[in-house]
Design a protein around this ligand. Sequence first.
Ligand SMILES: *Cc1c(COP(=O)(O)O)cnc(C)c1O
Length: 370
Amino acid sequence: MIRLSKSSLDSREKDAVCRILDSEFLGMGKEVGHFESDLKNFFQREVVCVASGTAALHLALQALDIKRGDEVLIQSLTYVASFQAIAATGATPVPCDVNPSTLCINLSDAKKKLSNRTRAIMPIHYAGKPQQMSEIMKFAKDNGLRIIEDSAHAFGSYYKGKKVGSFGDITCFSFDGIKNITSGEGGCVVSNDEAIIQKVKDARLLGVQGDSENRVKRSRSWQFDVAALGWRYHMSDIMAAIGRVQLQKHDTFSEIRKRASQQYTQHLKEIDGIYPIFKNFTDWTPHIYPVKISEHLDRETFRKKLLEMGVETGFHYLPNHLHSYFQKLYPTALPNTEQIACQLVSLPLHVDLNDDDLKYVCDCIREILP
Ligand SMILES: *Cc1c(COP(=O)(O)O)cnc(C)c1O
């Protein structure tokens, strides 16, 4: 079976985990502190590690004091995690349309959905490609909004020569098992806003003030104040140990993902009825490889036939504005999203695919197309 996505691990991650197990200290301790320093080096900005990408988004929103009655603009075409993180604060996710060719938020639709409740915009770097950050930053500035980048797909990507996370307002990453690098589960918040960083640090450990600083020294606070709402959203040393090894492999992983995507694009060029969304991978790390299939094809049949041939594919994503929970919060129709979403199929993409695998996937597609 050629899997849609998977983690890529070897003895180095296993040794790192065993080292933590041998220490018999499994919670948040020195290893998390080391992972945060490694990431700070990578981004040249402050980083707070947390339990998941969803937790990172939730904590970032909470640190901005976004709450019930507030609205956050977001493209409907994203993982449900982005929507739930907004809903978790009590705020309303306001679903916006995408530009069909880039799969990025359509700013003219976003503009129409501005209200006096709008507090922030959450751009998604779909597939890992940041495409219009200058425009989004201008839009946010003009309308007094904060920006929380959902960069779950975009670890290691660049925008106009700058690494995602090294510029902008607040950037959130995911390290779940299938992301560009993993720490098992996990995520992080990156920002140059010290107040935000401090709030996220406290809120990840139940709001216990200063506990983050103590725990990475393997100590903890016995006298403290709790001044804000908090959660158990910290990262464990086991996760950090995996993440640190993966970070060292990132450059290699990134090259493999770029090369695989380039090869798909090359192979698929000659096939009618299937159209790659992205063709150039020089300055960004592709997390998924989405293609648009002809509207005359039934997507579910296409997926099942490939699965029978041993090729797993996926749909990124079911538009969130069509889910009953979010429909109740903010009913809207999004023509571009609804049209493109049912034609999108993601092909297998992970770092253990070889040239023969990629060719096999494309041969299967060629065979099942009419
Ligand atoms: C993976 C992902 C998240 C959530 O990250 P988790 O670590 O799984 O909680 C959020 N947004 C997008 C677009 C994602 O792909």
